[in-house]
Write a new protein. Structure first.
Length: 224
């Protein structure tokens, strides 16, 4: 079991996460790797999970939700091709960790979270870390955040059988939407690209299993 009492140990743990977990599994984007190295994942987990903060696994954050494993966060950010001038939308803010990573890669992140207690916690931690280019919105992520649309990239951190129409509508021409698509037991991390005519092309990538996307355009309780 790791101990993170020494701040230096935490930096070493993040470096090991990048060198021993992310690079060997194929994460190549140097900007993404630098963001993963720079964001303190331990700040976004519960106290009892602190010793496991830099292991490559999902961890419970309360309310039946999880913080995604580091590889999936890095992979989603890499597939989203986030650029320094981009405005991005994240659906399923959870603890705020993925939004913090995205904030290192683009100009602005709007992170939508359905559960009020998680939205409040994510906003608090982001503020404590002085990450100022993230806006946390409490609401139904399947409806997106139309007042700040369009978005160059949208990253959905929850799985559903299909992409909510509202999210595709809020994706800018030339934009990328990354989402786990498929049944509740297993999804494929999929990239959807919108061309200048509004045509959508799909690229299936990694097999994965995320928490279910809730809301008007997601799963209902009786379907799970």
């Amino acid at each position: 079991m790791a101990s993170f009492e020494n701040p230096r140990t935490r930096v070493d743990a993040r470096r090991e996460m990048v060198e021993q977990q992310l690079k060997p599994r194929g994460i190549r984007d140097e900007r993404v790797l630098a963001a993963m190295l720079g964001v303190p994942r331990h700040a976004f987990v519960r106290a009892q999970s602190d010793p496991f903060a830099y292991e490559d696994r999902a961890l419970g954050i309360g309310a039946g939700q999880t913080i995604s494993q580091p590889y999936m966060v890095a992979r989603a950010c890499e597939l989203a091709e986030l650029g320094p001038g981009d405005r991005a939308l994240e659906i399923g803010a959870g603890s705020g960790y993925q939004a913090a990573v995205m904030a290192q890669l683009c100009a602005r992140v709007v992170a939508v979270e359905l559960l009020p207690e998680l939205a409040a916690s994510a906003a608090r931690v982001l503020n404590e870390l002085a990450i100022r280019n993230v806006r946390v919105v409490r609401g139904d992520g399947t409806r997106g955040c139309p007042e700040e649309a369009p978005y160059s990239a949208i990253v959905v951190a929850a799985g559903a059988p299909e992409v909510p129409t509202a999210l595709l509508d809020q994706l800018a021409p030339g934009g990328r939407l990354v989402m786990p698509i498929g049944p509740s037991e297993l999804q494929e991390l999929t990239v959807l690209r919108k061309d200048t005519r509004g045509t959508i092309a799909r690229e299936p990538h990694d097999a994965c299993r995320y928490v279910p996307l809730r809301g008007a355009g997601g799963w209902t309780d009786h379907e799970l």
